[in-house]
Design a protein around this ligand. Structure first.
Ligand SMILES: [Zn+2]
Length: 284
């Protein structure tokens, strides 16, 4: 578990899984020989052999008035096409409770986008039914994102996801469809970061002069900070995703904004730096 304080806002990372290697299907250009020369990635984001290290985690964002969980991972009992992601039986909810967050007291859930590894714990299996894991929360989803997946649903990576992790909470009346610049509270605002999916958003945190950005998957792995043109195989519109990454680097490098990655391995956050030749993530 990692934790960060941004003014009055506390962000706590709840890890579902952290893995080394096996990520080539996500970032085809990030082979070992290409990763090895990027020494700043070691030891946190790549190993000595050039294998990428990645994480799937949720972030609990606690403000003076809200307790919001950002991205709900893969979830348990879900039948998926990816062998290491199917029928998981992981102690995610126990870890959430151990971190001090009773699922019944989460008042807001937000999904940066509606991919398989960002919506799973929206629901849980109870007596053969998918029921809301956070029944006392409003679930915030981008309208554009929802409308896209509501039509598609045949994407092989995302098969079954709408039916077991999104529609049950819509049917329970818990979903608010919002704009890509939705203001959640004084401290929390969505920021449009399209490309990975049509309605992808990041979350900007501002409190008492301190700032952070929860990326979502517009940057899948920190290697894309140096190799900004490396696309994820899951990107819906690679050109738009590249433009989003370039915009983020321009806007946030050498600024006092903590970048918290949605798949960045431990320690999962740092500051964007630029030296005229390249960009990197400084985790000190
Ligand atoms: Zn993802």
């Amino acid at each position: 578990m990692n934790q960060w304080q941004i003014g009055d806002v506390k962000v706590t990372r709840i890890i579902e899984m952290e893995v080394t290697g096996g990520t080539k299907f996500i970032l085809p250009q990030a082979d070992r020989e290409a990763i090895k020369p990027m020494s700043w990635l070691r030891p946190h984001f790549a190993d000595e052999d050039g294998n990428l290290i990645m994480s799937i985690h949720a972030l609990v964002v606690e403000t003076p008035t809200r307790t919001m969980i950002v991205d709900t991972c893969i979830g348990n009992d879900k039948q998926r096409n990816i062998p290491t992601w199917t029928n998981l039986q992981l102690p995610f909810l126990n870890d959430l409770t151990a971190a001090g967050y009773d699922r019944m007291k989460i008042d807001t859930v937000m999904c940066t986008h509606l991919h398989v590894d960002h919506v799973g714990w929206n629901t849980m299996l109870e007596d053969g039914q998918w029921v809301p894991t956070f029944p006392n929360a409003r679930y915030l989803m981008g309208r554009k994102e929802f409308e896209y997946w509501d039509e598609v649903d045949s994407d092989p990576l995302n098969e079954g996801v709408m039916n077991d992790s999104v529609r049950p909470i819509v049917n329970a009346g818990l979903v608010d469809l919002v704009g890509t610049d939705h203001q959640v509270s004084d401290e929390l605002q969505f920021e449009s970061t399209p490309g990975h999916t049509p309605g992808h958003v990041s979350v900007r945190i501002t409190s008492k002069g301190q700032h952070a950005l929860i990326t979502g998957d517009c940057i899948h792995h920190p290697c894309q900070i140096e190799k900004v043109d490396w696309s994820s195989s899951a990107d819906y519109d690679p050109a738009a995703a590249l433009q989003t990454r370039q915009d983020l680097l321009n806007r946030y490098s050498d600024e006092n904004v903590l970048i918290i990655g949605t798949h960045f391995a431990t320690p999962s956050a740092g500051y964007l730096k630029h030296d005229g030749e390249k960009y990197w993530l400084d985790v000190r």
